[in-house]
Design a protein around this ligand. Structure first.
Ligand code: PLP
Length: 444
């Protein structure tokens, strides 16, 4: 016996009803959708000039220089240094702080593998800090864990929005700790008018494909401190300063390091420059769509939303919702997917956050197993790091991270969502929400 169509429309798609939509949502890759004539024009200039190297060449166009200076004027920083990835920027920043064996760097359990990797490769020890409903560092857990070996805090502005950076910065000042702000996922974000990357000693950004803007690969770091800038500049290159003609000058004893070979090429610089000029448009589109959805679903029983300190400063690429428990979270998300809230094959558009991979500390095998690139187990086996022998990175180390990873869901907000897409997403949340509310006795 077949249902009348209005009954079938009310029935959840996962139970045989008619889905809200049947075309996939767009890929989430924010900047990629906006690649166009502007990128082509600047990249072509570099090719026509046959000058892809940053510091000198046949007819250097200074694309990377222009990227850095426009970045400073657009976002309000004093110094910017472009590099070839966000991961490299993290490593360079920690080296510029002089971090190494015997030091402990605080890092949240919700992050990206690059954060842990950068700390371990300096020879220091990552110390896990729990998160709160901001999905960034819980300042209380941070302060509780600061000890005699703590030298720096790596705070991560996750999933497009900032954490409690004002409080975290105050704690760092009080305890004399360096603060590195990872804004790889938060280009263009701010907190009460203050830009991401300006709360700490150094802020880093990434231009990898999934970020708010992209140059294929690329990254950038900002600082207000001239000496840190010069250290980073030497470190990102061959370990030494360059003069104003772009020639190496190894004579200055303050800037003699081991460089990491992470210069940005003029091709990436040209691409990043064009993308930076449209990043407000990209993040504006995501933020508008996301907050329209948030407002529409916030009263649905059983759903709580990520705590975002400043809506205007959110860049919008992800919407995080929280459910009473892991079982409801999984079933709610599966029901949304069945209603058509899903992306193209292979995308992670609408998932329980338990499927969010190496963003969670306990999903990073090299961290959990304390792996080393070297045969002697460095840095875990370094005598100066004996204080950390009992540190565990296995699930169970951070109760809030563990709980939120199981009972939260992630929705990617593409930079090209149409009004229709947004309406469909809202309709799907309402439909699934209504069905769950009546069966599961969920409280709003
Ligand atoms: C992407 C990312 C990085 C690393 O950037 P890459 O450019 O991919 O090396 C670092 N931290 C966070 C939080 C990221 O999301």
């Amino acid at each position: 016996m077949s249902d009348p169509s209005h009954l079938k429309a009310n029935r959840l798609a996962i139970e045989g009803g008619t889905p809200v939509r049947d075309t996939p949502l767009p890929w989430e890759l924010p900047g990629a959708h906006f690649i166009g004539e502007e990128e082509k024009a600047l990249v072509n200039q570099v090719i026509d000039a046959r000058s892809p190297f940053r510091f000198y060449g046949l007819q250097a166009l200074a694309m990377v220089d222009r990227l850095e200076s426009e970045w400073c004027s657009t976002f309000g920083h004093k110094y910017a240094l472009a590099v070839n990835s966000g991961s490299a920027a993290l490593h360079i920043a920690l080296c510029a702080f002089g971090i190494g064996p015997g030091d402990e760097v605080m890092v949240p359990g919700y992050m990206w593998v690059s954060c842990a990797s950068a700390i371990v490769r300096t020879g220091a020890i990552p110390r896990l800090v729990d998160i709160d409903a901001s999905f960034c560092i819980d300042p209380d857990d941070l302060e509780r864990k600061i000890g005699p070996h703590t030298r720096a805090v790596l705070t991560v502005n996750m999933s497009g929005a900032m954490g409690r950076n004002d409080r975290i910065a105050a704690i760092c000042r009080k305890h004399g700790l360096r603060l590195l702000e990872d804004c790889a996922q938060a280009i263009g974000a701010s907190l009460n008018g203050r830009p991401s990357g300006s709360f700490g000693d150094i802020g880093i950004f990434s231009f990898q494909l999934n970020k708010n803007m992209t140059s294929g690969e690329g990254g950038l770091l900002v600082t207000e401190d001239e000496d840190l800038y010069k250290r980073c500049s030497a470190l990102h290159d061959l370990g030494y300063a360059r003069n104003d003609k772009g020639r190496l000058d190894p004579s200055d004893e303050r800037y003699q390091f081991w460089g990491v070979g992470s210069r940005m090429s003029e091709l990436s610089g040209a691409m990043a420059l064009a993308q930076m000029r449209k990043v407000r448009k990209i993040t504006g589109a995501m933020r508008d769509a996301k907050w329209k959805i948030r407002e529409a679903i916030k009263a649905i029983p059983g759903i709580a939303l990520r705590d975002i300190g400043d809506a205007a400063g959110d860049t919008g690429p992800f919407l995080i919702s929280m459910y009473p428990n892991a079982d409801i979270c999984k079933r709610f998300t599966a029901a949304l997917q069945a209603e058509g809230v899903r992306g193209p094959e292979g995308s992670l558009t609408c998932i329980p956050m338990s499927e969010w991979g190496m963003h969670w500390y306990f999903n990073i095998p090299s961290l959990v197993e304390k792996r080393s690139n070297a045969r002697d187990g460095f840095p875990w086996t370094h005598p100066s790091n004996a204080f950390a022998r009992d540190y565990s990175y296995r699930k169970g180390a951070l109760p809030m991270c563990d709980a939120l990873s199981e009972r939260s869901a992630l929705l990617s907000i593409a930079s090209t969502l149409t009004a229709r897409d947004v309406d469909d997403i809202i309709a799907a949340f309402r439909k699934v929400g209504a069905a769950f509310a009546s069966r599961e006795k969920l409280q709003s």
